[in-house]
Write a protein that binds this ligand. Sequence first.
Ligand code: NAP
Length: 296
Amino acid sequence: MRFFLITNGTFMSRILVTGSYGQLGKCFQAVAKEFPKHNLLFTSKQKVDITKSKSLEKIYNKYSFEGIINCAAYSKVDKAEIEIEKAYEINEQGIQTLISFAEMKNLFIVHFSTDYVFDGNKRIPFKEEHSKNPLNCYAQSKLAGEKILSRANCSHTTFRISWLFCPFGSNFVKTILKLSNKNEEIKVVNDQIGSPTFGIDLARTVLDNITQPKFFHFDCYHFANKGEVSWFEFAKKIIEISRRNCSIKPCSTSEYKTIAVRPKYSTLDSTKIENHFSLHIPDWENALTRCLKDII
Ligand SMILES: NC(=O)c1ccc[n+]([C@@H]2O[C@H](COP(=O)([O-])OP(=O)(O)OC[C@H]3O[C@@H](n4cnc5c(N)ncnc54)[C@H](OP(=O)(O)O)[C@@H]3O)[C@@H](O)[C@H]2O)c1
């Protein structure tokens, strides 16, 4: 990685963050001040469109950064079944555009993908190398993006994450809180199990370790908060911690039909990143408590 020497004698890395106004992008914005050694250039889709090399060229000519944290994505799981081309345009061709640019300018790429690349037929937490078999168009387009990035001739790594939640944007935690304001009872599926990822913990982990030479040693890491839970149990805990007066009832996936098929089990095994960086990722209940403190 190249560094800029700044006036007080310390080194600083300048990194472009794409899709900065989505959920994860906002998590990077929220923790950025904790990492003054990184000069993060936060950009919206309007400023930097990852499908357009000219927009990358324009911002690079102005700021000359060393790498890209790509938070940009097409992330609408159900809508992707209809907008298939759009999903691939952003999640595959967009990544190809980033790669071509990064290879030309010798930049690194940090990218994010999803637990939905797995089909959920296993009942043990998924490791990075487990075989992929995405069940819906969104996940197929994300896997296509992962695959081209894994062949790129620039430093790169992909964080596969799951059930992202944070105080920003719209996510399950915020939806349950909103629904609990208007309903005495909410039905939530009890037969999909996974591992929630707190975006703030993820953003901190990336920024804390990105300058280590070994950061790009592996081309994929799983990152989720510890433990596994069904959406029903997750919702119950949200209501319990936030002390809302609302009853959460279990239902099955077949009772709650969605356009896209989702895996029944997609817990991620995050042991590899924990061992590689000597981390201890907090469990999902701890993360949820911290998240709710920021929301309520
Ligand atoms: N959310 C989850 O539960 C979850 C789970 C697993 C993995 N992930 C992955 O985590 C990453 C972050 O997800 P997220 O929930 O933060 O997504 P998000 O909230 O939808 O944010 C994505 C951002 O990218 C922007 N964007 C879309 N097309 C773009 C383009 N061509 N150029 C630049 N920016 C563009 C979007 O802008 P507009 O909104 O204006 O289109 C949005 O601000 C994604 O890679 C996603 O696949 C998410």
